[in-house]
Design a protein around this ligand. Structure first.
Ligand code: 6GU
Length: 249
């Protein structure tokens, strides 16, 4: 997969050299290219923002640098191959979910446009929306100073789903929000050695070797944790996913 990021803070994206994403890049599974938006400005001060039409606080990112940058990045693709999906981080976007991460992980090329200030002139999103699959995406119900941290979040969520990036494909089978039998439940607690730590033991069932009982226990713990931390997920779930024993929890 190829990922381009156009930003006024390329250094903010240095963490993409580290850990899972850094390793995927080093192994040639992921091609990440960072671009400084200011390279597509032409004035002495490399201006990327201006005051909003209609008045109001803050600044808006000018369309010209974005247009030149995106034309150059999109135009650098191979003729005849699939154009990129344009991912526009904004607190006004649709929620970034595991489902969207899976969908994006199946695309050959993503271009991210993290903005600062009050966002990008609307005409840029309209212009590329006429030619490309454009997704305006938010990572949650809070406001950040810019889209760079959301890009780190989204790239990591996508990269770990790429073939060969995680040690074994089973690693994401039990993820919270993964499709399957536990689709609507959060992951439950996990334990490792030593068997006793500061006087605290391990639930007996995990030492029983009884795989059926272990699976049911994990499922019940997942249910308990979901009821406590995310009751909205239970409300939204298929009632057929729950049984009489759940109703006693
Ligand atoms: Cl994508 N951008 C900004 N600036 N704030 C956010 C966000 C994005 N998602 C949640 N808050």
């Amino acid at each position: 997969m190829r990922i381009d990021v156009v930003t006024i803070f390329p250094e903010y994206l240095e963490p993409l050299n580290v850990s899972l994403v850094g390793k995927a890049r080093a192994r040639g599974l992921l091609d990440v290219r960072l671009h400084d938006l200011r390279e597509w400005t032409h004035d002495k001060h490399n201006t990327v923002d201006d005051t909003p039409y209609g008045g109001g606080p803050g600044m808006v990112m000018k369309p010209d640098p974005w247009g030149e940058a995106l034309d150059a990045v999109i135009g650098s693709g191979v003729q005849g191959e699939e154009p990129p999906v344009l991912v526009v981080p904004t607190p006004s976007g649709r929620p970034f979910t595991q489902e969207l991460a899976v969908e994006l992980s199946e695309k050959p090329w993503l271009v991210f446009t993290p903005a600062r200030y009050e966002g990008i002139d609307r005409r840029v999103i309209e212009e590329y929306g006429d030619r490309l699959d454009v997704r305006e995406v938010s990572i949650g119900d809070y406001v950040l100073a810019g889209g760079e941290a959301p890009v780190l979040v989204m790239v990591e969520a996508v990269a770990r789903l790429l073939p060969g990036v995680l040690g074994n494909a089973e690693s994401h089978r039990d993820d919270s929000f993964a499709p399957g039998a536990m689709a609507d439940l959060l992951e439950g607690p996990v334990y490792t050695k030593p068997p006793e730590w500061r006087g605290r033991g391990i639930p007996d069932v995990l030492l029983s070797g009884h795989h059926g009982k272990i699976a049911r226990w994990r499922r019940d713990e997942a249910f308990r944790r979901t009821v406590r931390n995310r009751p909205d997920l239970i409300e939204r779930a298929d009632p057929a996913a729950f049984d009489k024993k759940d109703r006693e929890i």
